[in-house]
Design a protein around this ligand. Structure first.
Ligand code: GRF
Length: 208
């Protein structure tokens, strides 16, 4: 392993565009986040985010679930790749797959996800559409630790945005995405810095 940053090595998992990956790359480059991305793994060969990683000189890997008989087998391959690259913290950034216990047990309280709603409202698919159809007046972004539940797990950071009367899924998504890009690096820093614990469902700082 050529990178330093022992204990601060990230593995970022993507499925598509990779703008959240880019926000992590940029936060590291600007010194706002003291970490190193050891590997970017995509479950799709055509994920645009893979090029962002290559442009930043980060090793990439494509592991498609289609090449594995079971979810567990696929997860074992992902875990093996993460371990081979010395990954300490796994960051899901638009990764559209659900993990088996293989992954959760390999990285307990060491997997983060970003979701474009104020969880626990609107988990799962089409959260922007869900928010508009429900009629909420504010929505936002959530970074949370990953446990077995869909978009569940203790909340590390949230940010709110207004939902405007003339919002479409696209305009709301753009407003929320700007907040995702702001809070994801911040949440990664909090988790890497330590001094936190999980009490019940709550992610709490030592000083609390
Ligand atoms: C983000 O809105 C993320 O919250 C959701 O999927 C989107 C991924 O965007 N899970 P990107 O690939 O990071 O640009």
């Amino acid at each position: 392993m050529e990178l330093g940053d022992s204990g601060r090595r990230l593995g970022v998992l993507i499925s598509g565009r990779g703008s959240n990956l880019q926000s992590i790359i940029d936060a590291i480059a600007s010194g706002r986040l003291d970490a190193a991305i050891a590997i970017v793994i995509s479950n799709r060969a055509d994920a645009a985010g893979l090029q962002r990683a290559r442009d930043a000189g980060i090793p990439t890997l494509c592991l498609s679930h289609k090449d594995y008989a079971t979810r567990e087998e696929c997860d074992r391959a992902v875990v093996a790749a993460l371990r081979a690259h010395g990954v300490d913290l796994v960051c899901l950034a638009g990764f559209m797959r659900i993990f088996s216990s293989e992954m959760l047990e390999a990285y307990p309280q060491r997997i983060l996800n970003v979701h474009p709603s104020l969880l626990p409202a609107f988990p799962g698919l089409h959260p922007h559409r869900q928010a508009i159809e429900y009629g909420v007046k504010c929505s936002g972004a959530t970074v949370h630790l990953v446990d077995g539940a869909l978009d569940g797990g203790p909340i590390v950071v949230q940010a709110t945005v207004p939902v405007k009367d003339d919002d479409t899924e696209e305009t709301l998504a753009a407003r929320i995405l700007a907040e995702e890009h702001r809070i994801y690096p911040e949440a990664i820093r909090l988790v890497l810095d330590g001094g936190w614990s999980v009490r019940g469902r709550r992610f709490v700082q030592r000083s609390v």
